[in-house]
Design a protein around this ligand. Sequence first.
Ligand SMILES: Nc1ncnc2c1ncn2[C@@H]1O[C@H](COP(=O)(O)OP(=O)(O)OP(=O)(O)O)[C@@H](O)[C@H]1O
Ligand SMILES: [Mg+2]
Length: 369
Amino acid sequence: MNVKNIRLINFRNYHNISVEFNKNINIFIGKNAQGKTNLLEAIHMCSAGKSFRSNRDKEIINFEKDEAYIGTDVETKIYDKFVELKLNREKSKIIRINKIEIKNLKELDTSLSVVVFRPDDLKLVKDGPNERRSFLDQGISQIKPVYNYNINRYNKILFQRNNLLKSCRLNRKQISLLDVFDVQISKIGASIVLERHKFIDELSKNCKAIHNKLTSNKEDLIVKYHSNIPILKTKDEIEKQYYSMLKNNLNLDIENGTSQIGPHRDDILFYINGKEVKTFGSQGQQRTLVLTLKLSEVDLIKKEKDSYPVVLLDDVFSELDDERRKYLTKYFNEMQVFITATDAADIKSIENYNKSIYYIENGKIYKRS
Ligand SMILES: Nc1ncnc2c1ncn2[C@@H]1O[C@H](COP(=O)(O)OP(=O)(O)OP(=O)(O)O)[C@@H](O)[C@H]1O
Ligand SMILES: [Mg+2]
């Protein structure tokens, strides 16, 4: 799939622009604060329905205006789709596909899949487990929409269980009420654990192969799922074990006023040549690991949808050595890619490929002829 063009009106620092894109590689060169990330943000919004940098749609509307518009023609294997987003300071946003308004953001994803690489992604390796769980949840939801529903249910029940634990501290009589939650949470939790286990199994194989190529076989990567629920043979067995663990831990849970057992405490561990990357990895190794994870996301989407996603690389090239740049460029040759850079020297490795180069200056985009 590919994005044929984009029209932006009052979107951040763009007043009114229309740009046609290359089916393969698109390079945007510009100084700081000219609108490079803003453009990628707009493309990404056509797939996610929301920004990758803000939860508040209103921030996206140009400071001096009340409405913003994004319109894009997406070419897919079957037919073209015209995706439009309208943002308004006073009203909720309107999203349309081929002029028909959609109510569920998920519908956008069926038109356009996008994978973004940003310098900020490093927190996936460096920060706490929250980031990694979101990565996991996002990855699984793309393949299995019901998973997202289960996660929401799980979080709701967990919240209620935690509230009840706190009340039990004051009034032990309420303990009997906990069982309703324990039954539900071990049922939903078991299916979440199983899905995560399956996903990471696949991810690990995939990442190992990609990482080997990126590092010319110098680094062996292992991705491991870490959960306090043991992975047993069947879902029923996991559920039973989980339920009994909740019971065994009940006194501690009441004491702490929070649930200690369950997938909300899960994590993913990464090892390069046997050493944990978060603690022992160099900055370069951590960056390469993030790249590997993102590339495997690209592969998963290709497998699932039989079509490559559109790939956005924000300021990522400058951070890589030449060997990695060359590998990436070759890899991306089969899909549509958007690359931003502040310095034209960063994109030298792309010289021989089919590409269009654009300059971005103060919210205006000029194509190099
Ligand atoms: N709602 C808005 N209305 C108008 N301008 C905005 C809005 N939001 C952000 N901007 C401006 O957009 C400009 C460009 O931002 P952007 O993040 O795209 O820059 P960039 O080219 O990616 O720069 P860098 O190389 O530093 O990453 C900034 O100067 C910012 O102040
Ligand atoms: Mg930027």
